[in-house]
Design a protein around this ligand. Structure first.
Ligand code: FDA
Length: 398
């Protein structure tokens, strides 16, 4: 059985659905999952952090930092917010420009499905693409649709199956394989926005605080690739997590250190010095438990050997505490990997793609969008914004 379409989009995720809503002509979206937009559904703790009002090219990692500019400039956070408002989805700004649904993330999936229906796009779920060939008339794709073999032909083929993160949710790396088949090159991939793990020596310091969250500035990376993030840090039984760590993980490379400042405002040491100059009777853990969680305060004071009265502390002891509090260097043993990573760094090399249309330069009719491409955003709604913007760019170019 042969089905003819103008455009076939592989992947009914954020980017694929956005592209389908704008492509025009006969459009088919193919996905092997039972439901479309599963990552949207679970994102942002079920409320989907769907964009970030401060989104700019500087919030993305890519071998070509200029590549994302064109698509992001033609479909920005306000364009997506406009769509959300047209669909009467209530939203709020949480922090740092991050916009979330008031209700369920499912509303975003429903909105995109409605846009796709409005554009006349067809959706095949539980459908697995097989062999793909290219001839003078375009692409031919073998598809196993719920046990039935179908052959689909199209002029335009859009790769939108995302990266390798969360294989349990169907991440497969399919777009990378098809990109390579048609001559596009790949940048090596690694997990991003992922908790960091540590060896036994560091875990001795970390695990007594498992469950404690505190504001921190975390710095990772080397040379011009260094980045610092000031957000919450979470101690866990396996290592470190929380937004500050997830952000830094995308800049961390094996063997490098991460530096942790648990007093990003720089207010703790002046407070201790002030207390020492007054009565000096309170203990250091008691004073530290004002600005810091009590368990963290007690642990840091013990690690620096400053558990007694602040009035008895020599300057050297305060400096020791400052080093532990503000300049703790740790070497992660690794990350929790694709099992928990929110995104995949690397992917289809942008060198082979036109930045305006996301079209492959050397292969007529082939497009790549979303997380499959070597453009990875920070935590905070940037990755969805890239999915919307790149999906829109390809859809409107088709
Ligand atoms: P996406 O992964 O969304 O879609 C790919 C689609 O392709 C899937 O439907 C999949 O089933 C399908 N597919 C894969 N292999 C296939 C195959 N072989 N055959 C057929 N179909 C196949 N970002 C953000 O901006 N704000 C947030 O709040 C969050 N929160 C968040 C939470 C969690 C837990 C995760 C894992 C990730 C996030 N993200 C996020 C990141 C965001 O989800 C991600 O960047 C986008 O979903 C990427 O969109 P894509 O459409 O490129 O891929």
């Amino acid at each position: 059985m042969q089905d003819e379409f103008d455009t076939v989009i592989l992947g009914a995720g954020a980017a694929g659905m956005m592209c389908a809503a704008h492509a025009g002509g006969r459009v088919l979206v193919i996905d092997h999952a039972r439901a479309p937009g599963e990552k949207i559904r679970i994102s942002g703790g079920g409320r989907c952090n769907f964009t970030n009002t401060g989104c700019g090219p500087e919030n993305f990692l890519s071998a070509n930092p200029h590549f994302a500019k064109s698509a992001l400039s033609r479909y920005g956070p306000w364009d997506f917010l406009d769509l959300v408002q047209r669909h009467k989805i209530a939203w709020h700004e949480k922090t740092l420009g991050q916009l979330f649904c008031d209700g369920s993330a499912r509303q975003i999936v429903e909105m995109l499905l409605a846009e796709m229906r409005g554009a006349g796009a067809e959706l095949w779920l539980r459908a697995e693409p097989g062999a793909i060939t290219h001839g003078p008339d375009g692409f031919a794709i073998d598809v196993d649709r719920e046990g039935q073999r179908r052959r689909v032909s199209c002029r335009n083929l859009v790769l939108a199956t995302g990266g390798k993160s969360i294989p349990k949710m169907g991440a497969s790396g399919l777009s990378y394989r098809i990109a390579e088949q048609f001559g596009l090159s790949l940048r090596s991939t690694r997990p991003g926005l992922v908790p960091l793990t540590f060896g036994l020596a560091d875990l001795d310091w970390i695990t007594p605080m498992a469950g404690v969250a505190a504001p921190a500035r975390v710095t990772a990376g080397q040379g011009p690739g260094t980045a610092s993030f000031e957000e919450a840090l979470l101690f866990t039984h396996r290592g470190l997590s929380g937004p500050a760590i997830l952000q830094a993980s995308s800049y961390w490379n094996e063997t490098a250190t991460v530096t942790i400042d648990l007093d990003p405002a720089g207010a703790v040491l002046p407070m201790l010095r002030g207390a020492r100059a007054k009565t000096g009777r309170k203990t250091v853990p008691t004073l530290l438990s004002g600005p810091l969680p009590a368990r963290l305060a007690a642990h840091l004071a013990a690690a620096a050997g400053v558990e007694g009265r602040v009035g008895d502390l020599p300057d050297a002891a305060l400096t020791r505490l400052e080093d532990i509090l503000r300049r703790r260097k740790l070497i992660p043993s690794g990350t929790e990997g694709y099992r928990t990573a929110e995104v995949t760094l690397g992917g289809i090399d942008t060198d082979g793609l036109d930045s305006r249309s996301l079209r492959a330069r050397a292969m007529p009719g082939l497009y790549a969008i979303g997380e499959a491409v070597d453009v990875t955003g920070w935590l905070g709604g940037y990755n969805f914004q890239w999915a919307w913007a790149s999906g829109y760019a390809a859809g409107t170019a088709i």
